[in-house]
Design a protein around this ligand. Sequence first.
Ligand SMILES: CC(C)(COP(=O)(O)OP(=O)(O)OC[C@H]1O[C@@H](n2cnc3c(N)ncnc32)[C@H](O)[C@@H]1OP(=O)(O)O)[C@@H](O)C(=O)NCCC(=O)NCCS
Length: 133
Amino acid sequence: MTEDSSPALEHCPAIRVMMMPRDTNAHGTIFGGVLLSYIDQAGAIEARKHTVHKYVTVAMNGVEFKEPVFVGDVLSFYTCLAKAGRTSMTIDVVVQAERFTNPRDVVTVTQATLVYVAVDNNGRPTPIGKLAE
Ligand SMILES: CC(C)(COP(=O)(O)OP(=O)(O)OC[C@H]1O[C@@H](n2cnc3c(N)ncnc32)[C@H](O)[C@@H]1OP(=O)(O)O)[C@@H](O)C(=O)NCCC(=O)NCCS
C-alpha cells in the first residue's frame, strides 16, 4: 500500500469488487450511489455474522467521499462491529480503492457508520439476542 491508513486490525474484508463502466456518473467517475449500495451490503454481511436476523438499515452516518473512484479500480469493503444494542447493531465500514493502473496504489475512499435493526415478520424491532463468538 502507498499509504498508512490501512483499516484497523479488527476490520474484516466483506466485499471486493472491480468497478465497471456501468457504475459511472455523467462525468465518467464512479457514481457515489453505487458505493453506498456496496457499503450497505458490506455492513449487512457483518451484522449477519454476529446474529442471523432480518436486518433493515435505519441510518448511514458520516459518509464522506474523500477520493474519486475510477473504472477498473478494485474496491475493498472492510467492516467491524462497533456496537451491539438491544435490537440494533452499529457497523463501521472502510472502503479502499486499489487503482487499476497500479495495484500497489491504495487509497481510502470513505469510512461510514451504519445502524441495522433486527426486525420480526411484521417489520418491528426484535432483540438481536446473544452474539456469535
Ligand atoms: C428500523 C425501524 C424498524 C425502527 O423502528 P422504530 O420504531 O424507530 O424502532 P425503535 O425506536 O424501537 O428503535 C429500534 C433500534 O433502532 C435504533 N435507532 C432507531 N433510529 C435510529 C437512528 N436514526 N440512528 C441510530 N439508531 C437508531 C434505536 O436506538 C434502537 O436500538 P436498540 O434497541 O439497540 O437500543 C423503522 O424505522 C423502519 O422500518 N425503518 C425503515 C427501514 C428500511 O426500510 N430501511 C431500508 C432503506 S429504505
